[in-house]
Design a protein around this ligand. Structure first.
Ligand SMILES: [Zn+2]
Length: 295
């Protein structure tokens, strides 16, 4: 998978029809995993996993209703709703829908979920035009990466808080992967302990162009600032927009074996960011070399 992403990004830097074909190839490869069902479960504190095998979707239960974090592909909307119901929750109890970043694999069901729940949609300020336009940044006309446009009810910037009942989430602007990429911090009660949790937005290069005609202006500086910010954070639990970010399946299996607290790992965020940063440098060098070859 990692190899594929690296290969993909090198091609994307070349642009035009090669890019369109690469996007199609990429989607053909990932869609199966992204739409494979996964049994919902209680993750930690008041956080529940209701996503698929390849895309993370969370429900946060508060004293005043539910918060939904992200959605998945349209093929999975029914499955996400079923997962919510299996845990004894109701879609109509969702009061807020929070977004990590405005990419189709996390925003595709927003319009339907918003309609069904009447919830308010909250997203990073710089991602608002993308969500309301239903397109991928820097690739506005690419139908393969489009999603149903939906109104953003509230935008957040660094340090903004979203509170529902007994639960408050703090927004951290972590741009790069998307311009308004937002990581969400909260504290959960875990038995007698309190744990800080970060829903990290993402820091992978994925389909982004870093050089030439970048996906968005200032993208390289954005990634760098995000890596620096995340490295300074102290979090007990790392969560992310795709389960592989934090090895969800393996930890879930450990939970079944009654292992103590597999999701609590204060060193994991730092290690993960270091990996991302290394990969970013490789991708940047490859894209730069590809561009020089082209010119
Ligand atoms: Zn993404």
């Amino acid at each position: 998978m990692r190899k594929l992403m690296i290969a993909l990004c090198a091609c994307v830097a070349l642009g035009t029809s090669a890019q369109a074909q690469t996007v199609k190839d990429f989607l053909a490869l990932v869609t199966k995993k992204w739409t494979t069902p996964f049994e919902p479960f209680h993750l930690i504190g008041n956080i529940y996993d209701v996503g698929t095998d390849g895309i993370a979707v969370y429900v946060i239960k508060t004293t005043q209703g539910l918060i939904l974090m992200d959605t998945a592909l349209p093929q999975s909307t029914g499955m996400i709703k079923d997962n919510i119901a299996k845990l004894g929750f109701k879609v109509t109890d969702i009061k807020y829908i929070l977004n990590t970043h405005a990419h189709f694999d996390h925003t595709d069901d927003f319009a339907e979920m918003k309609r069904d729940s009447g919830a308010q949609l909250i997203a990073g300020e710089r991602d608002k035009p993308l969500i309301e336009g239903g397109y991928y940044p820097g690739d506005e006309k690419n139908a393969d990466l489009a999603f149903p446009p939906v109104k953003v009810d509230r935008t957040v910037i660094e340090g903004d808080k979203v509170t529902l009942g007994d639960t408050t989430l703090i927004a951290h602007a972590t741009p790069g992967h998307s311009p308004g990429c937002t990581s969400w911090e909260m504290t959960v009660k875990d038995g007698n302990a309190e744990r800080t949790v970060l829903f990290f937005c993402s820091g992978s290069v994925a389909l982004n162009r870093l050089v030439g005609h970048p996906t968005h202006p200032g993208i390289v500086e954005d990634y760098r600032s995000t890596f620096a910010k995340a490295k300074a954070m102290k979090m007990d639990v790392l969560l992310g927009p795709h389960p592989e970010v934090y090895g969800m399946q393996a930890k879930r299996a450990q939970m079944k074996d009654a292992a103590p607290k597999p999701f609590v790992d204060p060193g994991e965020l730092g290690t993960y960011i270091a990996t991302l940063e290394k990969d970013f440098d490789v991708q940047l060098a490859k894209q730069t070399a590809a561009l020089q070859k082209q010119n």
